[in-house]
Design a protein around this ligand. Structure first.
Ligand code: ATP
Ligand code: MG
Length: 474
């Protein structure tokens, strides 16, 4: 598809929407779209959601302009099936709402309409945004505080973040409108912000995180003017509400390219605001290996269309810090389990200062962490209770990655794999083999103790108890 895009932008097959006004005044950049026909853009209509087309058609039949817009068009141009479809229209949110039975107005800063169509399709319908007549309301750093003005399609295109995200597709006549040479940038795999980069980042610093996500996800290169101001502006993320930062971080981690996103974040020094504990974790080779393995597994799941729990992802990123604190609390004399609870709380508290991890997700993370020593111990009755725990699967996946990366002995992982998949009899025999081994260990420990007391005897090989399960040192 990219080769094809290179070809079409090279031939500049598209044509401007209309001629300049009489009097010869040419419209400014971004005022007139280049329009591509179906045989030029070659979007595969089979990749377009039928329900999205229905939403657009209903709006158009009511006399409004309506287009599929944003990431969906970008993905269609790249030959990929979009994960969601956004619609842009010149109908006001209230006019949109009246056209659909299941439509809900949401948002305060800029009202949008959520339209439900079919069994579980949800579409975001936005009214073209415009440039306010009065100067935009911004805070001291230039951040837009209100942008609730409607406008023309050209104005709407100029308000979008990147050229490749400012493409409009009309499924009815299959035309594609390109206001900012997005097709050209798709062809050259370039991520280019629309307008003055510094001003656009100041208006909304989250755009710096979006740059990172799209660069990692699409494998695109940042245009130099787009990347230049990021280093000096990354502190602006401090002004973003922690809940929005959390949403954006989750999008980065769930992009299917989590590790490249983290690497890009670090390249631009943006990660400190999101995951201040990450640097410490990634500078430790063992911890880095654990995170990389877990994120690669997550990417795989996402790319296979399977679900991933946000709690699992954040539990992975913060685990090494939890372990460090866990040891520290034990060194202060705390028993292992209360020490782990205290460590989990301390890490969550520190992380939540910058990133508002939702309470439900924080609870999931804590459960995954607290299940680790229980999974390691595998004591008789409790294994069946663990199996019924709603977080068993996530905690078990977490444990397997720990085994795989050498954080924990491989035998524990193998035992759990067999136990999770086993029949009732197999489970019983696995438990029996475990208690037999425990009994053997205890006998050999006693023997070793006796031998220690008599200096003439040789040395045995000690088997360590499960990590974290040792009694406090004082
Ligand atoms: P994804 O594949 O992650 O959904 P997307 O480009 O569709 O990517 P959305 O967050 O769904 O991203 O946003 C839809 C569109 O809205 C974008 O393509 C872009 O045109 C516009 N947009 C979103 N966020 C911003 C922003 N912070 N500043 C300017 N435009 C934005
Ligand atoms: Mg989208």
């Amino acid at each position: 598809m990219i080769d094809f895009l290179r070809k079409i932008f090279g031939l500049s097959s598209g044509k401007p929407a209309s001629k300049p006004e009489k009097g010869g005044v040419s419209p400014g950049p971004g005022q007139m779209p280049v329009i591509l026909q179906a045989d030029e853009h070659r979007i595969d209509p089979r990749l377009v959601s039928k329900n999205a087309v229905r939403v657009v058609t209903i709006l158009q039949q009511a006399g409004y302009a309506a287009f599929i817009v944003g990431g969906a068009v970008r993905d269609l141009m790249l030959g990929e099936k979009p994960k969601d479809f956004d619609v842009a229209t010149d109908a006001t949110p209230e006019q949109v709402r009246r056209l659909f039975r299941r439509a809900f107005l949401i948002g305060r800063r800029f009202q949008i309409v959520h339209v439900r169509m079919g069994r579980d399709d949800l579409f975001e319908v936005t009214t073209f945004r415009g440039n306010s007549q009065k100067p935009a309301e911004v805070d001291d750093s230039g951040r837009l505080l209100s942008d609730n003005t409607f406008g023309t399609q050209a104005e709407d295109a100029a308000r979008r973040d990147f050229t490749i995200n400012a493409l409009y597709y009309n499924p009815t006549d299959q035309t594609l409108l390109d206001y900012h040479q997005g097709i050209h940038d798709l062809g050259t795999k370039t991520l280019r912000i629309i307008g003055d980069a510094e001003q656009r980042y100041r208006e909304d610093p989250v755009r710096m995180l979006r740059v990172v996500r799209f660069a990692a996800k699409l494998g695109f290169t940042l245009d130099s003017a787009t990347s230049a101001p990021i280093h000096q502006l990354c502190h602006l993320l401090d002004n973003i509400p922690p809940a929005r930062l959390f949403d954006e971080t989750l999008k980065l981690l769930m992009s299917g390219h989590a590790m490249s996103c983290l690497n890009e974040l670090r390249t631009y020094d943006l990660h400190g605001r999101l995951l201040p504990l990450l640097d410490e974790a990634l500078s430790n080779p063992k911890a880095a290996c654990f995170i990389e393995t877990a994120l690669a597994r997550t990417d795989q799941r996402i790319n296979d269309g399977r679900t991933v729990s946000p709690g699992f992802l954040f539990a992975v990123l913060l685990w090494k810090e939890v372990e460090t604190q866990w040891e520290a609390f034990q060194a202060k004399g705390e028993y292992p389990i209360p020490a782990l609870v205290a460590a989990a709380n301390a890490v969550l508290d520190r992380q939540t200062e910058t990133l508002a991890i939702q309470r439900r997700i924080a609870a999931d993370m804590k459960d995954i962490w607290l299940l680790q020593p229980r999974l390691e111990r595998r004591s008789g009755k409790s294994v069946f209770r663990i199996l019924e725990n709603p977080h068993f699967r996530a905690a078990y996946d977490f444990l397997l990655i720990r085994c795989e990366t050498g954080d924990l002995d491989a035998e524990t992982g193998e035992w759990w794999k067999a136990f999770a998949a086993g029949s009732a009899e197999e489970r019983q025999s696995l438990l029996e083999s475990l208690s037999k081994r425990a009994a053997d260990n205890s006998r050999s420990r006693k023997r070793r103790r006796r031998r220690k007391r008599s200096p003439s005897s040789g040395e045995g090989t000690a088997e360590a108890p499960a990590p974290g399960m040792t009694a406090p040192s004082n």
